[in-house]
Ligand binder design. Structure first.
Ligand SMILES: Cc1ncc(COP(=O)(O)O)c(C=O)c1O
Length: 458
């Protein structure tokens, strides 16, 4: 891997600190340390400008599902680049966006027959919210009072004002309160096989009861129920009690509101199936996709919906039932070419079949870690995703405050072991690339356990 000269590195560090404002980052603290600057990737590894190698334990924010430097993906983008990089989808069509839409309809749950493209997870959610809202205003008779949504505590659906409105993470969202539209919020049925006192059936039934109570009183005001299926990601990897999603689908049918499943994080394999909805055989009315859609190569998102919703927007031009929404890069040809190549890789690499024994291995390793390590308060795991909650002592029930930033400190220590992770508060978030090997996962868990040694008081 080509390392940069010391002089070049100093220059890059200085420019980063002078010119770049990093997202979700307290810049005063950031500026106190030299930045970690990645310059290359190969397989599951990233390399910084000094040439140090790191296992990419969060798949570059949950996108690099096939790893880095995949020739198949860059070849597909290069081939498309030689044809044309971008043409607008406002009016004309383009070849890869047509082909990708057909593929997405084929691989997603039945009834999701229409694809509306955008650029990122937040816009995919924003589009689902707006489509649901407009649909009810245009149906016969119109349901004008459906101006609200039902979503879940600790939910994260993105950072645009619409997606923040249906979010539930106090730390990120409360400051924007005065800007946000109204939504109803119910508890997410979090279940951990390690620490939950109630059975998953009880947790699921109690949460469904809460949802039903809200729907009974407010369904006439609710355009859609929005959920991160099977696991909340940004909340710190919070796994859902099995059976809940299926029950929620039934409630949405009973109260005639749309179900939006936000698969921006869960889509494309990390839960062990291509889409999380498949675990419970659920077909939503809208499904949002982004992150892994292009294998982490280019920003692209899709909002999928049904023929019924699509038909609700049909009319003569002068009826103005059109969905007046579109981004400049909607249906970008390079992004769609990358997404097609990424779907091909699932077949070529046999990704999902290969994943199943790896998930069993991963779960076993996490079981051992929980058993051995008193500095682990809890673990939530589904597929190749895990959140490891840290504490001072599980035995003594002593927990860290957010201000102690132990998650960040452990992630910093993990760099010594050649591992790069980004925490969520005091939770270590493990979302390794789907192509990881059992040995690489062993090293990841081994390194975490050793880093925690210095913190455990057991
Ligand atoms: C479930 C979910 N929805 C939406 C988003 C927002 O996606 P983006 O960051 O691409 O806007 C995220 C990002 O983490 C997510 O996890």
């Amino acid at each position: 891997m080509p390392a940069y000269s010391l002089e070049e590195i100093r220059q890059l560090e200085e420019w980063d600190q002078r010119f770049v404002w990093h997202p979700f980052t307290q810049m005063r603290e950031y500026l106190q340390e030299p930045p970690l600057i990645f310059s290359q990737g190969e397989g599951v590894y990233l390399y910084d400008v000094q040439g140090n190698r790191y296992f990419d334990g969060n798949s570059s924010l949950w996108v690099a599902i096939h790893g880095h430097g995949r020739k198949e993906l860059s070849d597909a983008i290069k081939a498309q680049l030689d044809r044309v990089a971008h043409t607008t989808l406002l009016g004309p069509a383009n070849v890869p966006s047509i082909q990708l839409a057909k593929r997405l309809v084929e691989i997603t749950p039945p009834s999701l027959d229409k694809v509306f493209y955008s650029d990122n997870g937040s816009t995919a959610v924003e589009i689902a919210l707006k489509m649901a809202f407009q649909y009810w205003r245009q149906c016969r008779p119109p349901r004008m009072e459906r101006t609200s949504y039902l979503s879940f505590r600790e939910a994260y659906h993105g950072d645009t004002v619409g997606s923040v409105s249906v979010g539930g993470i106090e730390l990120f969202h409360s400051i924007f309160g005065p800007l946000l539209f109204k939504h109803f919020s119910v508890p997410y049925p979090v279940y951990s096989k390690y620490t939950s006192k109630e059975s998953p059936e009880t947790i699921s039934a109690q949460a469904l009861e809460q949802c039903e109570k809200t729907l009974k009183n407010h369904a006439h005001e609710i355009a859609a129920v929005l959920i991160e299926p099977l696991v909340q990601g940004a909340a710190g990897i919070r796994t859902q009690a099995p059976g809940f999603l299926r029950g929620l689908r039934e409630l949405c049918d009973r109260y005639e509101v749309f179900l939006i499943t936000d698969e921006v994080f869960t889509g494309f394999g990390h839960t062990g199936k291509l889409f999380a909805c498949e675990h419970e055989n659920v077909t939503p009315d809208f499904m949002t996709l982004a992150k892994g859609l292009t294998g982490g190569y280019l920003p692209l998102a899709a909002t999928m919906t049904t023929q019924q919703v699509f038909d609700g927007f049909l009319g003569t031009y002068s009826e103005f039932r059109t969905f007046f929404h579109g981004h400049t890069y909607t249906g970008n040809q390079l992004g769609c070419a990358a997404a097609l190549a990424s779907l091909d890789l699932f077949e070529k690499d046999n990704t999902l079949e290969r994943l199943q024994p790896l998930i069993i291995h991963f779960e076993k390793k996490l079981d051992d870690l929980f058993e051995r390590c008193d500095a682990v308060a809890d673990i939530h795991q589904i597929g190749l995703v895990a959140g490891i909650d840290l504490c001072r002592s599980r035995r003594r029930q002593e927990f860290y405050t957010l201000e102690e930033r132990v998650g960040a400190k452990i992630c910093f220590d993990l760099r010594k072991y050649g591992i790069w992770l980004r925490p969520l508060g005091n939770t270590l978030v493990l979302v390794p690339p789907l192509i990881s090997t059992a040995e690489q996962l062993d090293h990841l868990i081994f390194s975490i356990e050793h880093s925690l040694d210095g913190y455990s008081v057991a």
